[in-house]
Design a binder for this molecule. Structure first.
Ligand code: IVH
Length: 694
């Protein structure tokens, strides 16, 4: 008999085994911020223990993990008791469980003579904190810890944007002498990506999700590190000093009036149907939020009646969390390949048996670096848990041993010695493996093009990785600037493209010619420049020319840009091959970034076409040649009757003969009517659809 079977037959032994295992996971999770198993695996253990204890109540002991709410305080932080226990919520992903909660609550409310109204709130996936104020001044911040006692993290909490250090004293409800507020600290998804990119750069293990990253950050003894990661907070409860509030919404309004960040999506409902449709709406908008949520919380509005309804040892009976389906699934690693990214860094990628994770089919996941693969011990053929957080690329979180796995495993992954794309010997001297052939390596160009057209970049619909690869492999695009020279005829040559789809892509590329400066700066893939830094640069320098001309000192004078960043940015713009590539890219016929001031308003600068000369030939359908010329002039451009070397664009309609061939001889860019219309659309000018010919 195996030890597991033995334990199954002997509940006391099994309980003991489960407790020891859970304790050690608690330590890893709460104390070391390095979970050894996934939340699901942990929950399963806890559920089994709870079930066994329910069947054998005589075996319950005070130190069983079921009798606590969380983990022990970490050494290095002083402990503090909470004003009142910080309970957690009963939760489930099933609608039926929400309805059962509603029915229970209505029975209890009827018995107590209370009307049921609900407060509905997104459930922020962060970590709970208590903020204690004396006479309106922040005195102490304490993590949830085991629910009764937590760790004092005041120094770190002071660095969190949104945590008020002093409360507003002009609110309708006066600030009580002692106030304890509960909120959720979280790390926005964009910052999470940045933090992970940094960790990976240092050869360290990335965080599995934004919640772990927030927890790991807040419980840093070094507050400078906490400050360098832009944590945020939403507040939703008063643990002490809330006596003046009679409803949850009055409380939320009161918190906002005192200066606490309160989630803008909070709502109210009277029926469970309304509560459920709130859940559906919030879930539909989940991916658009800049932070992670893992469900919605539904709470009884009336605060006074909560006492009558009561709590269990873990959770209130007057609140419930309806959770989203977890964005984690188990899949199998079919193959591990080395993939070369736009910066030349070679990353191991797991090709997975396709699996649907929260509505998205995932067939690739990032394995980050060789150390990380070794740490997680992942090989081809293994079953693995894959997690997707927000917009983030799916990650392999851990290996899971499944029933039927026979113990035979693949070979450990080895990095190749030569670039899988261009064959150049890889540089393995630093923390990463790098392909040094940055100018010619096709894989790096594919990466640069994809990033350039990505959502945060020029947002060129249809220019995904697949298309970028086709463009590079066919030789149609050998540098990023050449993207703007593509014609419908070129794109049609690619497999899978027809006249319409090719037209759409070319139109999207032309429409992106006048993208906002911040998008252009992000899309270039300058080291250290994520979308937040790109926005800062755009706001401070206004035009691409000023950013290019900025010295290290000019950059340093901008709030939020430090020495390393300033040097990287300046280094990028002064490297000779970048100067040349940017000059090509920023030719008037290619990319003309919209200056920052102009992008703030709804209409665009009147000088958007200044310095550009247009010639029209052939018949246009949507507008006459004269109307087209007039439009160009109102946008600051010139319209001319004949093609010369100075012509920026020839717009050719049906039957444009000699001018078209002359333009082609002179290398003047040619647009068809659709391209011209798209160009105008990019400048905020709409041209009406042609009248139906019928
Ligand atoms: S109410 C008694 N409201 O979710 C009240 N919790 O397991 C209990 N959370 O530990 C909490 N957003 O850390 C509440 N709007 C919200 C919340 C929220 C996130 C967290 C909180 C709690 C966990 C529930």
């Amino acid at each position: 008999m195996s030890s597991a079977e033995e334990a199954a037959g002997d509940p006391a032994a099994r309980i003991e085994l489960l407790r020891r295992e859970i304790h050690s996971h608690n330590h890893a999770y709460f104390v070391e911020d390095a979970p050894a198993v996934s939340d699901e695996a942990y929950d399963e253990l806890l559920r089994e223990l709870r079930d066994l204890e329910a069947k054998h109540p005589e075996l319950i002991t005070a130190d069983s993990p079921t009798q606590r709410v969380g983990g022990a305080p970490q050494e290095g932080f002083a402990a503090a008791r909470h004003a009142q226990p910080m309970l957690s919520l009963d939760s489930s992903p099933r609608e039926a469980d929400l309805r059962a909660f509603d029915a229970r609550l209505r029975r209890a409310a009827a018995a107590a003579g209370v009307d049921v109204e609900y407060s509905l709130e997104p459930k922020i996936d962060g970590l709970s904190v208590e903020l204690v104020y004396g006479d309106g001044v922040l005195e102490r911040a304490v993590t949830r810890g085991d629910g009764v006692t937590g760790e004092i993290i005041t120094t770190g909490a002071r660095t969190i944007r949104g945590v008020p250090l002093r409360l507003k004293d002009d609110a309708p409800v006066p600030v009580p002498a002692t106030l304890a507020v509960r909120g959720e600290i979280y790390l926005p998804i964009e910052a999470f990506d940045d933090v992970n990119a940094d960790l990976i750069k240092q050869g360290k293990a990335p965080f599995a999700n934004p919640r772990n990253a927030a927890a790991g950050t807040v419980r840093q003894l070094d507050a400078r590190l906490t400050a360098s990661r832009p944590l945020r907070i939403f507040c939703y409860d008063v643990l002490d000093g809330g006596d003046n509030f009679t409803t949850q919404h009055a409380l939320l309004d009161g918190l906002a009036a005192w200066g606490f960040p309160v989630n803008p999506l909070n709502a109210r409902a009277t029926t469970v149907d309304e509560a459920h449709s709130y859940f559906t709406d919030i879930e539909a908008g989940r991916d658009e939020l800049p932070y992670e949520i893992d469900g919605v919380v539904i709470k009884l509005q009336d605060i006074a009646s909560r006492d009558a309804i009561g709590t269990t040892s873990h959770h209130p009976r007057w609140a419930y969390a309806l959770k989203f389906q977890p964005r984690k699934e188990i899949s199998q690693v079919l193959k591990i390949v080395a993939s070369v990214g736009r910066t030349g860094v070679v990353t191991p990628i797991a090709l997975l048996r396709p699996v649907n994770i929260g509505g998205v089919t995932v067939s690739r996941a990032n394995l980050h670096n060789v150390d990380d693969i070794e740490r997680k011990d992942i090989r081809e053929g293994d079953h693995v848990r894959v997690e997707r957080a927000g917009d983030v690329i799916p990650q392999v979180v851990e290996r899971v041993v499944q029933e039927g796995d026979d113990g035979a495993r693949g070979e450990p992954f080895r990095m190749p010695r030569e670039c899988p794309s261009c064959g150049t010997p890889l540089d393995r001297s630093g923390p990463y493996t790098i392909c040094p052939n940055s100018l010619e390596c096709p894989a790096q160009l594919v990466g640069r093009l994809t990033h350039f057209g990505s959502r945060g970049g020029l947002d060129i619909e249809g220019l995904g990785e697949r298309t970028a690869r086709q463009l590079v492999e066919t030789g149609l695009v050998r540098t990023v600037p050449q993207l703007f020279d593509l014609t419908v005829g070129d794109v049609r040559k690619l497999e899978g493209f027809a006249e319409r789809s090719a037209g759409k892509l070319v139109e999207a590329i032309q429409a992106a010619r006048t993208s906002e400066l911040a998008r252009v700066l992000y899309g270039l893939g300058i080291p250290e420049v994520g979308s937040a830094v790109a926005r800062t640069l755009a706001r401070n320098f206004g035009t691409i020319e000023s950013v290019r001309a900025a010295s290290v000192d000019d950059l340093l004078s901008v709030d939020g840009i430090g020495q390393v960043m300033a040097e990287q940015i300046n280094g990028y713009f002064t490297a000779p091959h970048n100067v040349e590539a940017l000059d090509e890219l920023l030719a008037p016929t290619r990319l003309v970034p919209r200056p920052e001031e102009a992008s703030a308003g709804t209409t665009n600068g009147r000088d958007a076409l200044s310095g550009q000369t247009f010639v029209f030939t052939g018949a246009l359908e949507r507008l006459s040649r004269e109307e087209a010329a007039e439009l160009v002039r109102t946008l600051g451009g010139k319209a001319s009757g004949s093609v010369s070397a100075k012509t920026s664009w020839l717009v050719a309609g049906e039957g444009g003969g000699s001018k078209l061939s002359k333009a082609q001889d002179l290398g003047v860019r040619v647009l068809d009517e659709a391209g011209f219309v798209a160009l105008l659309a990019g400048l905020g000018v709409e041209v009406a659809e042609p009248q139906s010919a019928a």
